[in-house]
Design a protein around this ligand. Sequence first.
Ligand SMILES: [Zn+2]
Length: 366
Amino acid sequence: MSRFSWGRSCSVLACGLALGGCSTVATAKPAIGDGVLKSVYIATQPVVETSQTEPPEPTPFLTRRPPETPASFAFPTPIPSPTSAWRPPPYPVPWALTPDDHFYFARPIPSGEVNWPNPTYRYGSTFFGQETIHTGVDLDATRGTPVLAAGPGEVVWTGYGLYRGVADENDPYGLAVAIRHNFGYEGQTLWTVYAHMASITAWVGQHVETGDELGTVGDTGHTSGAHLHFEVRLGDNRYFDTRSPELWMVPPEGWGVLAGRIMGSSGQLLPEELIQITSLDNGQRWELWTYAKETIHPDDAYGENFVISDLPMGAYKVTVSFSGRGYSTQLYLMPGRTNLVMFKGWDGFVPVTTATPDTSGPPPYP
Ligand SMILES: [Zn+2]
C-alpha cells in the first residue's frame, strides 16, 4: 500500500484538514480502572526497559540542515472534520504513572473543541513524496478557538518569523508563540510552540500559567486551513529539536498512549513502515506510519518511531509488515500512561518489560 494513498494535505510545518483517512473517533465511553490512577509519580531518571540483549543502533536522525527557503505547496481539497469525537476530561498535569512517562503538558485547545492530533499527519510523517517532515501535531480546532498555554513558563516569541528567529511575514509558522517552560526534562529546557494563529494576545516576557490564553486559532503561514500546529522542543528552541507532542500531552482519563519501536533484524529503526492497530473490543482501526528520518527525534525514554495517543484502554492488535510477511501482537493498553511495543525484524515482536506504576509522591513539575 502506498504511503501516499490517503491524500494528506500538508505544508512545510503544518497541514490541512484531511481527517477522512482513518478514524480516531471514540464510539463508547471507556471504563476507568479501579483506583489505578489515584496518584502520580514524576521520574527524574527515566529508564528504557527492554528485553533485548543488544541495544538498538543509534538512531540516524538529526540532519541539522534547514532548507534555504521554506517550501510552499499546493493542497488538495480538505476533507471535513468528524462532527463528533467524544473524549473524557484529561488527567491533571503534570501526570506520570511510571518513571518513563512525562505527560507535562495540557492540551493547548480547550476541552469541547477538537484538541487531539490530526491522525493523517502525525509527528514524523511526510506527505506527497516531499522531503519535509512534520515536526509537531495539528489540532483541527476551528478559527477563533482560544489557544492555551500547555504549561507554565515565559513567552519568548510572538509574531511572524519563528522559523528563522527574525521578523518575516512569509514565515511558514505564520503568527506563532513560543513558551520557555519553567521546568525541564533530564536537565534540558522545554519549549512549546503554537503556530498559524489568527491573533496573539500574549507578549514576550509574559509569564503564563497552564491554560492562559495566548491568542486564537487561524491559518497564517503555510497551511491550507485553520488549525493549531503544536510543537514540543527539548534542549534548544529550534525546528530541529522537537519531540512527539503525543508523548507529552496528558491523555483523557481512562485513555492511554501507544508507542512502538519498529526495527530491522539488526536493531535499526525502520522508517515509514505501515502500522495497523485494531481494537479487539470493538473492531475500530487506526493506521499510521513510522517516522521518516530527518529532523525527527525519538523520545529519550522510549526510542520510538511511532506514537498514537488518545486510545481508550483495552485490548488491541498491532500489525506490521516485514519482508512481505505480516506480524501481529496483542496487548492490553493501560490507561494514563505510555505503552510500548517493540518489533525486531526476523524475531518479530519482542517482549517489553514495562515500568511499574508508582503511586507515591506528589506530582510537581521536575
Ligand atoms: Zn503542523
